[in-house]
Design a protein around this ligand. Structure first.
Ligand code: PMP
Length: 456
């Protein structure tokens, strides 16, 4: 029997001795000990010392409905009692998987009528790669295997996910990306835009795709993948001109367009999906996180009809996961999406809390440490800059963001640092008063950071 642990210290020791954490420096954690999160309610979390924390990141961008929704735990319990598990391989299905598929066809944009399930965004992006390869084989164009992503994009941590993504620090830890995955510039006006207006720069950044296609030959390119807003890369909101031009280039070159909606999907930008906010129509969409508000692991790939038909002509698609369409996860996702619909939460994000959040975030534009404020709906970032006028960043990118993140941690606010951008992505149910509380704390932490680096 394992020992009874009853103090923070004991929990931390046990964790340090046996738990390998994702995206964590093992030796730093060993010295510090993990913060033990014990409870959640609405937009708040509590740790094992009883500290109350306001969660400006909705966990990892996922807890749309906030913590503690009894409808979701009840849906999980009901399904576990009735049928805890059965698979969807070999001509079988379960009721929650079937019902959820119909509901997803209803809430996703026109032309999306089929979903392939996984348990994480990474798994879904791996599925996308398999689908794209199979699709072009079936179309008689087996040369079209290369997939183009973007520098600083994030599509997961599996081999395919990390290869689709453009995170240099991840690639450096492998021989990554795998062959057949290439990357173009990210549409980051503040850093790359120079003297161009955001609209001009949006077109220029999109044309990097056209140049890459010309360089490699359209007959070798199967797909382009991007997040409508690059999330983990720092909430990089592209200029309005970017996505329509990307779509035009994909169509002109017979290249599939994939929208990674893992963060933007299910309301984050004020519409059901980010592609709706940015006005483009992908062929494939990946989604996860907000699909179940993080209450159970589930992800999906929405596939347009023409791709389903093409792949269908090839007999069995030899791909799938034991937990594809897991009935408990599907039951939780069903309950979650039903609440999003019934309580009109996405309408509220679009018309009320989103604009209010952006207004309050916009007030940071005059902060001495902040060069740019970016956002849409209930996701946003403030870009820390050394010199506002020249848009110069600090040389050791990430240091000042780290200082700010530590101040947030000490002051009961979860804000994430991505390089020197400080990110916010609260639960979709956040109220105006809670937005005020987050912004007041964020200002205090930015003030403390500015003082530490001599910019106040
Ligand atoms: N795509 C995007 C856009 C993401 O933000 C993430 C996770 N942050 C993933 C894919 C990978 O999802 P997961 O961690 O569930 O594998």
């Amino acid at each position: 029997m394992s020992t009874v642990l009853n103090s923070t210290r004991q929990w931390q020791d046990e964790d340090r001795d046996h738990h390998l954490h994702p995206f964590t420096d093992i030796n730093v954690l060993k010295k510090k000990g993990a913060r033990m999160i014990t409870r959640g309610e609405g937009v708040y979390l509590w740790d094992s010392e009883g500290e109350k924390i306001i969660d400006g990141m909705a966990g990892l961008w996922c807890v749309g409905l906030g913590y503690g929704r009894k409808e979701l735990s009840a849906a999980a319990a009901r399904q576990m009692d009735q049928l805890a598990y059965y698979n969807t391989f070999f001509q079988t299905s379960t009721m929650p998987a079937t019902e959820l598929s119909g509901l997803l066809a209803e809430v996703t944009p026109e032309g999306f009528n089929h979903v392939f399930y996984g348990c994480s965004g990474s798994e879904s992006n791996d599925t996308v790669v398999r689908l794209v390869w199979r699709y072009w084989d079936m179309r008689g164009k087996p040369g079209k295997k290369t997939i183009i992503g973007r520098i600083n994009g994030y599509h997961g941590s599996t081999l395919a996910g990390a290869s689709l993504g453009g995170m240099g620090f991840m690639h450096a830890q492998g021989p990554l990306p795998l062959p057949g995955f290439v990357h173009i510039e990210q549409p980051h006006w503040y850093v790359n835009g120079g003297d161009l207006s955001p609209a001009e720069y949006g077109l220029k950044a999109a044309r990097a795709l056209e140049e890459k296609i010309a360089e490699l030959g359209a007959e070798t390119i199967g797909a382009f993948i991007g997040e409508p807003i690059q999330g983990a890369g720092g909430v990089i909101v592209p200029p309005e001109t970017y996505w329509p031009e990307i779509e035009r280039i994909c169509r002109a070159n017979d290249i599939l367009l994939i929208s990674d909606e893992v963060i933007c999907g299910f309301g984050r930008t004020g519409n059901w999906f980010g592609c709706e906010t940015f006005g483009f129509e992908p062929d494939i969409m990946t989604m996860a996180k907000g699909m179940s508000s993080g209450y159970a692991p589930i992800s999906g790939v929405m596939v347009k009809d023409h791709i389903v038909e093409t792949i269908g002509d090839g007999g069995e698609f030899a791909h799938g996961y034991t937990y594809s369409g897991h009935p408990v996860s599907c039951a939780v996702a069903l309950a979650n999406i039903t609440i999003l619909k019934d309580e009109k939460i996405i309408d509220i994000v679009r018309t009320d809390t989103g604009p209010y959040f952006q207004k309050r975030l916009g007030e940071f534009a005059d902060h001495p440490l902040i060069g740019e404020v970016r956002g849409k709906g209930l996701v946003g970032a403030v870009q820390i800059a050394r010199d506002k006028k020249s848009r110069a960043l600090f040389d050791d990118v990430g240091r000042v963001g780290g200082i700010c993140r530590d101040h947030c941690f000490e002051n009961g606010l979860i804000m994430r640092a991505s390089g020197d951008s400080m990110l916010l992505s609260p639960p979709l149910v956040v109220t105006r008063a809670e937005i005020d509380e987050m912004m007041d704390k964020a200002r205090m932490c930015l003030d403390l950071t500015a003082r530490d680096v001599g910019l106040s």
